[in-house]
Design a binder for this molecule. Structure first.
Ligand SMILES: Nc1ncnc2c1ncn2[C@@H]1O[C@H](COP(=O)(O)OP(=O)(O)OP(=O)(O)O)[C@@H](O)[C@H]1O
Length: 310
């Protein structure tokens, strides 16, 4: 069994306003994994991170970080965590190197120039070490936030919406970077509402909405278990309605009647495709093209949250 580095047990949080931001959340994070916490705005992601970091006190439940209670043993617990916030929180007039060294001192750790140098090199910031923060591009500024968060050698790195408001190429860069951090042995927990991000990066995914953790699964397992495939048939002649003889396949008409769509379970023993194609042949329904696609984590997510709402 992989070592549990962070244990969240039955954690609830009700704010003074009476708002229930977290409802009985239980979660184990394994050392070395990338865990994506996926949820819409207001789901409780930031509240969960803040309780783990000891910034928000839970109303109920316990959190242990590397065996330290996040409330009672706040200091050693917090020492194990690096937090990359959404917003830039640095002195714009300070240099990169001074900013990162200062962060380390805030945690009361003695200077370790070789570590800081390696960190800045890994983040491609070493050449910019003398530059003032305000002179950096948006992507470089985000790297500085990561360097700051890692300056005190934490075991766990939280990335709160790492690529919010970032363009596509920078997003890919960030993903690569996060992957390389994992290779350094850092455990990474990222919050995101980009499903694509979870799909690309994570080993495991937790889905949170309305303060409840709906599920936690290995990403691959989740996609396999809930993954449906779609088969689209581009019809030779558009159709107005689906003939009753095709009822058992629960098809849908898309694209103004030009496409017949069949959704099937790729894991099932019988997909129903051969019999469907035979039936289409019997009915003399011709098609020009056939395309299948896997459902994405996005489809799964929408399905899950819809089920919950319904
Ligand atoms: N200090 C607070 N006092 C009262 N309510 C709060 C406080 N902080 C957050 N909330 C509420 O708790 C709920 C969860 O907020 P939280 O910031 O944890 O969500 P989130 O998933 O991080 O959302 P986002 O993706 O928008 O950051 C929201 O409805 C929010 O308005």
């Amino acid at each position: 069994m992989p070592e549990t580095i962070l244990a969240v047990r039955g954690v609830s949080k009700t704010y003074g306003s009476g708002h229930h931001a977290l409802d009985d959340v239980t979660l184990d994070i394994r050392r070395g994994e990338i865990f994506a916490l996926l949820g819409p705005n207001g789901a409780g992601k930031s509240t969960l991170i803040n309780t783990i970091c000891g910034v928000v006190t839970p109303t109920a439940g316990t959190i242990t970080v590397g065996g330290h209670d996040a409330v009672r043993d706040y200091k050693p617990s917090r020492m194990m965590i690096g937090l990359v916030p959404q917003e830039l929180s640095v002195d714009m007039f300070e240099t990169v190197l001074a900013t990162v060294k200062f962060s380390r001192r805030l945690f009361g750790r003695s200077a370790h120039d070789a570590y800081i140098e390696q960190l800045l090199r890994d983040l491609s910031l070493w050449d910019k070490r003398g530059a003032k923060i305000m002179e950096l591009s948006g992507g470089m500024k985000r790297r500085v936030l990561i360097a700051k968060a890692l300056s005190h050698e934490p075991d766990i790195l939280f990335l709160d919406e790492p690529t919010a408001g970032v363009d596509v190429s920078l997003r890919r860069d960030m993903w690569k970077l996060i992957g390389s951090l994992r290779e350094r042995g850092v455990t990474i927990i990222l919050t995101t509402h980009y499903i694509e991000e979870a799909e690309e990066m994570a080993d495991r995914v937790g889905v949170i909405t309305g303060g409840k953790l709906l599920l936690v699964e290995d990403k691959a397992e989740l996609m396999k278990k809930l993954g449906k495939r779609e088969m689209d048939l581009a019809l030779q002649e558009p159709m107005e309605a689906i003939p009753p003889e095709l009822a058992e396949w629960h098809l849908s008409l898309e694209n103004d009647g030009h496409t017949l769509r069949y959704v099937f379970d790729a894991q099932a023993e019988r997909t129903g495709i051969p019999s469907l194609l035979r039936k289409l042949n019997d009915l003399e329904i011709g098609f020009k093209d056939l395309e299948t696609s896997k459902s994405s984590l996005e489809d799964i997510f929408v399905g899950l949250t819809a089920k919950k709402a319904g």
